[in-house]
Write a protein that binds this ligand. Structure first.
Ligand SMILES: Cc1ncc(COP(=O)(O)O)c(C=O)c1O
Length: 327
């Protein structure tokens, strides 16, 4: 299994700091997520039904009729490679590593690409996977670029997969509302913007044929009934979504400024995290961890990702720790 942010228990054990004394900045999950109300008894007792109100809520939020709810976009990341014969797959580097891992595990050939190298290599690949905005670099792609790549791949029965896990605060970049088209597959997560990573719910938008194949591969009841209920309510809460967009944009900027004033100017990022590339990434990560602040360390390139602090006292704690980093 690959390493991810959010492994607070392992950090607590390693650094000998009790679980509730940590400030966890190791993920890109909204720390002020949608507040879950009490769950009706029916949700625990009855099997979930695939044609419940979740689908309608998702169709409305993502502005597309053709949607498949899945148990987190991760479920789709793992299943999509099973739907193609051995293919040559272009994947961004650095990027959320589960994409490359899943395609590799299922016998496909991976070509690691920087964003700049896609144009030169598109003719040689069958599948292109973009993360928009990219995790951890925050790199974004324009709709013009994406359309050109999609058309090129489509001519050869290729796929363009766009992982939009971190796009909810910049919906103008999203392809979710575009008419579905052969070879275009959009992944959405409810874990990041809504701060509901624990319910394991996400969505795939594509042609009915592709969604049918994927649903068949994943089998019945992949999302629990309580999760479907919570996801539906969150997707319907337009007032919360509006406020969260405004707040997260402000907080993303605030984190960028805080890091910059402490000599850690981010090389990239998005509203939900900032990415600092530095030779001293490991030392900085360890120094912060010793004070109970967990960040996400990357080795290629040496870099750290900072998620957003939630409460005012968490911002204060980070502001006090940054000038005291010892190397
Ligand atoms: C870019 C990206 N895509 C997808 C996922 C999977 O998210 P989920 O399965 O919670 O939707 C993650 C999780 O960190 C991610 O960073």
């Amino acid at each position: 299994l690959l390493e991810h942010g959010g492994r607070l228990r392992a950090a607590a054990e390693y650094y000998g700091i009790s679980l509730n004394n940590w400030l966890d900045l190791s993920t890109g999950i909204n720390p002020n997520g949608w507040q879950v109300p009490s769950i009706p008894a029916d949700c625990w007792q009855r099997l979930p039904e695939h044609n419940d109100d979740l689908l309608t809520a998702a169709q409305h939020y993502y502005r597309n009729e053709f949607i498949l709810p899945v148990a987190g976009s991760q479920a789709a990341i793992q299943a999509l490679p099973l739907l193609r014969k051995p293919s040559k797959v272009g994947i961004l580097c650095p990027a959320y590593a589960e994409h490359a891992y899943s395609w590799q595990q299922t016998g496909h050939t991976i070509l690691s690409l920087s964003a700049d190298a896609i144009d030169d290599n598109i003719a040689d690949i069958d599948v292109l996977i973009l993360i928009n905005p990219n995790n951890p670099s925050g790199h974004t792609f324009t709709s013009t670029q994406i359309n050109i790549w999609h058309q090129q791949l489509k001519q050869r029965a290729g796929w363009l997969i766009i992982d939009e896990a971190f796009i909810d605060t910049c919906p103008e970049l999203s392809f979710s509302a575009y008419p579905v088209s052969d070879g275009l597959i959009i992944l959405r997560s409810i874990g990041k913007f809504f701060g509901l990573a624990g319910i394991r719910c996400g969505f795939v938008i594509s042609t009915p044929d592709l969604l049918h194949q994927l649903a068949d591969k994943l089998g019945p009841w992949t999302i629990s009934h309580p999760s479907r209920h919570v996801a539906k309510l969150a997707l319907e809460d337009h007032a919360w979504q509006h406020d969260a967009q405004v707040l997260l944009r402000r907080q993303g900027y605030k984190l960028h400024q805080l890091l910059s004033t402490n000599g850690l100017t981010p090389s990239g990022g998005c509203d939900l995290f900032q990415w600092v590339v530095t030779e001293q990434a490991e030392e900085i990560h360890k120094s912060l961890a010793k004070t109970g602040i967990l960040t996400r360390l990357f080795s290629q390139p040496a870099s750290i990702r900072f998620g957003l602090p939630g409460k005012e006292q968490d911002w204060e704690r980070l502001a006090q720790a940054l000038p005291r980093i010892y190397l």
